[in-house]
Ligand binder design. Structure first.
Ligand code: HEM
Ligand SMILES: [Ca+2]
Ligand SMILES: [Mn+2]
Length: 338
């Protein structure tokens, strides 16, 4: 229904008066959670948290989806193996969630922080945000969060339970362009999944298609396979999604198409953020989310690589032709801890 834009007491305009409460929260988290609007560790972890809260719904086992259960029942959920390390960001968000708990629920806060946070990464879409999740009633059942050692059959089946197609799963994995692992190889915390963890670019889809040549730290970790670059870590699940006949062409379709990746990631995030929720009871506050900066750089091979290093997997079309950065072989620095 049409509603007249309002001017909030704090001066900003929004389509719905109910959204005005979000502006002070926006300013606070940008300054004090995201280090002045950066795309660093807290943004990466806040984005991961949106997924680990939202995916906690199954038609057969229950759970409330994107309901903040990972905060309200954190003792239960942070103990799940798939949630290794998630306690850090739950702890970091807790003072903010408590400060605003008379205004918005933890479920709203977690999705709001993720949408705002990823928007700090140049090249990200403006992720829509809907307000009004009730507080969680129970913890998520165990076993609902995909693990990097799961088969593609298991991963796609889990997402299908919450109505996500294989193409939507691949679109969601664009999140790993602004991501690093602390717990896959604990000897090298902060190891990024692509060479540009501060930019929401397509490098993840390019670099995961390169032949793996070694482990950045120790070998033999569960859910890890060889990566193509020093300092870069590769999840077994990302490598398999890039090569499986069910997902390889979707994966390749994002490799040199920033606009397609942005569009489909934004749409899939909007859908994920309301898993288990009744959208008719929610208010569209998308216009509160700041407009992200454009991407930095263009799709390329890391220095030292050639098209011969691409492991073509999609059988219906060729991987886009890319040129390599000049200079010595790219090596990737860890994302600094907060
Ligand atoms: C097949 C599905 C997925 C699997 C198996 C998976 C697995 C993982 C693993 C193992 C890590 C490393 C955690 C650590 O060691 O610190 C990680 C990080 C991350 N994941 Fe995923 N993930 C999946 C899907 C997603 C989705 C759908 C999103 C968000 C929309 C997401 C966002 C992130 C982010 C942003 C990080 C980086 C966190 C940081 O840098 O601290 N992942 N993921
Ligand atoms: Ca990136
Ligand atoms: Mn981290």
């Amino acid at each position: 229904a049409y509603s007249k834009p309002v001017t909030c007491a704090t001066g900003q305009k929004t389509a719905h008066a109910a959204c005005c409460v979000l502006f002070p929260i926006l300013d606070d988290i940008q300054a004090n959670l995201f280090d002045g609007g950066k795309c660093g560790e807290e943004v990466h972890e806040s984005l991961r948290l949106t997924f680990h809260d939202a995916i906690g719904f199954s038609p057969s086992l229950g759970g409330g989806g994107a309901d903040g259960s990972i905060f309200y029942f954190d003792k239960v959920e942070t103990a799940f193996g798939a949630n290794a390390g998630i306690d850090d960001i739950v702890d970091a968000q807790t003072p903010f969630i408590n400060k605003y708990n008379t205004t918005i629920t933890a479920g709203d806060f977690i999705q709001f922080a993720g949408a705002v946070g990823v928007g700090n990464c140049p090249g990200a879409p403006r992720v829509p945000f809907f307000l009004n999740r009730p507080a969680a009633k129970a913890a998520s059942p165990a076993g609902l969060i995909p693990e990097p050692f799961d088969s593609i059959t298991k991963i796609l089946a889990r997402f299908a339970e919450v109505n996500f197609s294989p193409e939507e799963v691949v679109a969601l994995l664009a999140s790993h362009t602004v991501a690093a692992a602390d717990h896959v190889d604990v000897t090298i915390p902060g190891s990024p999944f692509d060479s540009t963890p501060g930019v929401f670019d397509t490098q993840l889809f390019i670099e995961t298609q390169l032949r793996g040549t070694g482990f950045p730290g120790t070998g033999g970790n569960n859910g890890e396979v060889e990566s193509p670059l020093a300092g870069e870590i590769r999840l077994q699940s990302d490598a398999a999604l890039a090569r499986d006949p069910r997902t390889a062409c979707a994966w390749q379709s994002f490799a040199a198409n920033q606009a397609k990746m942005q569009r489909e990631f934004g749409a899939a995030m909007a859908k994920m953020a309301v898993i288990g929720q009744d959208k008719r009871k929610m208010v569209d506050c998308s216009d509160v989310i700041p407009i992200p900066k454009p991407v930095v750089g263009t799709p390329h091979l890391p220095a030292g690589k050639t098209m011969g290093d691409i492991e073509q997997a999609c059988t219906s079309s060729a991987f886009p032709t890319l040129t390599a950065d000049p200079g010595p072989a790219t090596s990737v620095a860890p994302v600094p801890p907060s």
